[in-house]
Design a protein around this ligand. Structure first.
Ligand code: MGD
Ligand code: MGD
Ligand code: SF4
Ligand code: MO
Length: 669
């Protein structure tokens, strides 16, 4: 049979949500590339996904359902697996109440159907505990909403019109590569690029200027920039009068943040900060690409609130190429009621914050969690406070079902391990959080082995539980039509028929798209007073004497959270601890040394990389490594705390104090 080209969409948790072309020969995918016709994908893929077919056909891929017998896996048929799981869930619901069942999912499959479709219907009908999905973007989302009222921002294409671009806690080269061509285009026309990041990332190295901020201090910097803008009368009075509320309270607050004070709070020289504020107000249009790095700290929500106020002070929102982009996801609000069917059960069960999983599995009561169903996630590696999470997963009286493609750290604890399809093997509808195109993907290849999609698995479970509500009979297409039936004006004209024919459809946006040229930006200053994170160089003195280094376990450029943790190159990259010579030399550490990184929550082993790509006092561990590949079997999140962000209930992965010492052996615990 001749080779055929089929369309698909990358479902990884990435703002770019790429449009893919898959070459299929005899039912097997042989080539994967970026769709040249998609205005954001523009024909190229990131390094991690250009090799995705290796993953699809990997010898390590899970191919059939398995059940744990003592310490080993036994292959079972789908019927047997679904039967037994349904029986166990029913028994647990009967004995402890359905809230004893907890679903746990996050970003493995970003489509609506496999990410928040049939699964939600199933757990709603069961009246299981609901999961508050806070682990990634909750603080920033809440911050953006507080200032702007919605979670939208500039179109990425419009960065080509900018003259000043701040990439603020945003590693474009690692995590958002499809924005780079627009930044490059702007720079060819003379735009200036400034990176604000405690780490000299690939992106920071390519910028015109890199401001090495202390982790977690962005709120102070934003207040300082606002101080200079107002003190030097660089603000846009007419925009402020027309489109904002609360200006006076903000002006009163920022008066307390003169450059010298902000220098001591952020580590950014006052003259550089003053210059940045002047450039920001004068080089127009000015754009801010804020990413989620900033909000993974104790004051992260307030930081996003304050940063999002800056374009309102200068009126940057009025110009094409001006404004801010954190996320575009708010424009994709579909009909959640139709997609998730919360009303299949009259009761609203309790809500459990996923960032507190360790607590939920070891302490939560009335009822305790007795069954955990994990899909689209690998909490044993990615959740904070790992020691407690793992203790929970080890409970013999906790029934664990994991839907996975690979035997991850979490999968290893499962009682039942069910093989799932990759995005090349199932239908889904895709929103994006870094652009404004809705996309549809149909299966490009048949399921590998006996894999089934999340949608199919939850449909089977529902049937076996005896749930006969019509929503469990719906086909994928019916689910998509329901989801798209809504009053959101951005979705005008976005239909299944068009998506089928065109693969990607631009949302209904004004051209040019100036989302906050009109409207109301909230500048109220309540809650914006800055105090340094407890776990930071200016934080708790007692903690600092024992754990003097700030750990930033930010994203690894060539992987995606823990998804590619089975690859040897990824393991080698995520086994590193970047340290500045000022911190390494006194500890007798040189590149390649095994080091022990520890704090009051735990310890993990890494290999030192001594370099000046982190500022003194900061160590960086590109993340997230698989626990099972780490010496001692624990990963980086054994160090991170379950302290939550100021707003949104998010985790504080990047507010984390540690100590580092050289260890004599690379394997001893
Ligand atoms: N290659 C790759 N791409 C990914 C992912 C991945 O794991 N790898 N993960 C995906 C996911 S789930 C997400 S949420 C996005 C996240 O995308 P980003 O938010 O861009 O990723 P992060 O690495 O979390 O943070 C970005 C930068 O913020 C910096 N940073 C850390 N703390 C602070 C701080 O306090 N202030 C400032 N100004 N900067 C700080 C980090 O050093 C990092 O360079 O990326 C997605 N894309
Ligand atoms: N220290 C530290 N910890 C972090 C972060 C950090 O930067 N530093 N980042 C945090 C952030 S931003 C996030 S978003 C979370 C990410 O946490 P997760 O969302 O758990 O992300 P992954 O680790 O990539 O795991 C996704 C899993 O889903 C599986 N999967 C893929 N497709 C499907 C499917 O169709 N069905 C099913 N059932 N499974 C599928 C993949 O095989 C993979 O194992 O981690 C957080 N943890
Ligand atoms: S991970 Fe991101 S950049 Fe890479 S192919 Fe997927 S959507 Fe595109
Ligand atoms: Mo994330």
């Amino acid at each position: 049979m001749a080779a055929e080209i089929r369309h698909s969409v990358c479902a990884l948790d990435c703002p770019d949500c790429c449009s893919l072309l898959v070459t299929v020969e005899n039912g097997r995918a042989t080539r994967l590339r970026g769709n040249p016709e998609h205005p954001i994908t523009r024909g190229f893929l990131c390094a991690k996904v250009s090799r995705y077919l290796e993953r699809v056909y990997s010898p390590q891929r899970l191919l059939y359902p398995q059940k744990k017998h003592g310490n080993r896996w036994v292959r079972v048929g789908w019927d047997e697996a679904i039967d037994e799981i349904a029986t166990r869930l029913k028994a647990i619901a009967a004995e402890f109440g359905p809230e004893a069942i907890l679903p746990y999912s996050y970003g493995g499959a970003m489509g609506y159907l496999n990410g928040s479709g049939m699964d939600r219907r199933f757990f709603h009908r069961l009246a299981a505990s609901r999961l508050d999905r806070t682990i990634c973007a909750a603080a920033g989302g809440a911050g953006l909403k507080a200032t702007l009222g919605s979670r939208i921002g500039m179109a990425p294409e419009d960065f080509r019109h900018s003259r000043l671009i701040l990439v603020w806690g945003a590693n474009i080269h690692g995590t958002n590569i499809h924005l780079w061509p627009f930044i490059a285009e702007a720079r060819r026309r003379g735009a200036r690029l400034v990176a604000i990041d405690p780490v000299k990332t690939r992106t920071a190295r390519l910028a015109d200027q890199h401001l090495e901020i202390y982790p977690g201090s962005d709120l102070a910097l934003a207040l300082g920039l606002a101080h200079v803008i107002l003190a030097e009368k660089l603000e846009d009075r007419s925009y402020i009068e027309r489109c904002t509320t609360g200006f006076d309270s903000l002006a009163a607050l920022v008066a307390k943040y003169p450059p010298e004070r902000v220098e001591s709070l952020t580590g950014i020289r006052s003259d550089e900060m003053v210059q940045l504020a002047r450039d920001y107000a004068r080089l127009r249009p000015a754009a801010i690409r804020l990413n989620y790095g900033v909000q993974r700290s104790e004051r992260g929500g307030a930081a996003v609130r304050a940063i999002a106020m800056l374009p309102a002070l200068t009126g940057a929102w009025r110009e094409r190429g001006g404004g801010l982009l954190l996320t575009t996801s708010g424009a994709f609000e579909i009909n959640r009621e139709a997609l998730e069917c919360p009303s299949v059960h009259p009761r609203q069960p309790r809500l459990v914050n996923m960032s507190l999983l360790g607590w939920a599995l070891t302490e939560l009561d009335n009822p305790p969690v007795k069954a955990l169903v994990v899909y689209n996630s690998n909490p044993a590696a990615v959740a904070p406070d790992q020691a407690r999470v793992v203790r929970g997963l080890q409970r013999a009286d906790l029934f664990k079902v994991v839907l996975e493609q690979f035997e991850t750290d979490t999968a290893a604890y499962a009682d039942f391990l069910l093989p799932v399809t990759t995005f090349l093997e199932h239908t889904d509808l895709y929103f994006a959080y870094g652009h404004y195109y809705m996309q549809l993907a149909r299966p490009a290849i048949p399921p590998v082995g006996e894999a089934k999609s999340n949608v199919e698995i939850f449909r089977l479970l529902a049937a076996r539980m005896g749930f006969d509500d019509p929503c469990f009979q719906e086909s994928e297409d019916q689910m998509i039509r329901g989801a798209l039936t809504c009053s959101n004006p951005f979705l005008n004209g976005v239909t299944l028929e068009r998506l089928e024919a065109e693969h990607f459809v631009r949302l209904h946006l004004d051209e040019p798209f100036l989302p906050f040229a009109q409207g109301t930006v909230h500048l109220d200053a309540a809650g914006l007073e800055y105090s340094p994170p407890l776990e930071s160089r200016l934080g708790d003195k007692e903690l600092l004497t024992r754990y003097p280094l700030e750990l930033v376990s930010s994203k690894n450029d060539d992987s995606l959270n823990s998804t590619f943790g089975y690859r040897d190159e990824v393991d080698a990259q995520t086994a590193r601890l970047w340290m500045h010579p000022c911190d390494a030399v006194p500890r007798g550490i040189v590149t390649g040394d095994p080091v022990r990184v520890f704090n009051n929550r735990g310890a993990c082993r890494l290999l030192a990389l001594v370099c000046d790509d982190v500022r003194p006092g900061v160590v960086r561990a590109p993340s997230v490594r698989w626990n099972r590949r780490s010496p001692g079997g624990v990963g980086i999140n054994v160090l991170t705390s379950s302290r939550l962000t100021d707003i949104g209930g998010g985790p504080t992965f990047y507010s984390c104090l540690v100590q580092v010492e050289k260890c004599e052996s690379s394997i001893s615990g």
